[in-house]
Design a protein around this ligand. Sequence first.
Ligand code: IMP
Length: 215
Amino acid sequence: MRKLETKEIILATHNEGKLREMRQLMEPFGFKITSAGERRLPEPAEEGTTFEENAYTKAWAAAKTTNMVALSDDSGLSVDALGGAPGVYTADWAEKEDGSGRDFQMAMQKVETALAEKGAVDPAQRKGAFNAVLCLCWPDGHAEYFKGVAPGTLVWPPRGGDGFGYDPVFLPDGHERTFGEMTADEKHSWTMGQATEPLSHRARAFAKLATVLLH
Ligand code: IMP
């Protein structure tokens, strides 16, 4: 695995919620961070069929334009009863029909409607996971990937106004509050190399990335 030999990194995202979390998770490492959104870099189209492909598309676009090491996150919610949907299309399910942006209330409702159509009412029929693939990409195109998965159950109605995206309908395994009812610190449970596993998919992927950042 290639080592990281710079303390300056560009976060290849235009998503405010992700950026906030990625900054929090990068904080302990003392990096100088800017983001693709802040630099007004164009947002590449995500046409891949895997989290890895889309993560590479975003990280490579930022790395080649800035000549810096870039870090991207491609993530999504996979619901077992829906054959893994929305999966890589999680953000697309929130696109408003008139093209005026994203509406996550609507997106959560779409997931709920799809589950109701399957007759999935018991928690056991409503299992799923949040997935995050981080891609660290160098200006020569070399990439390393780090994946984190957080298993849980889809709840209805949505609970909690913290977090972003689908957080209010996701109850992580072993917990009684949704991601939307947790503070950012609780959601990540970022432990920086301690024995307990982080909670969120993004923090779990970061824990793997930390082995590259720290050594
Ligand atoms: P993409 O990675 O840009 O394709 O977007 C992934 C989408 O998944 C985001 O727009 C969010 O809606 C959703 N998502 C990813 N991670 C989280 C999370 O931690 N909480 C809630 N929603 C998330």
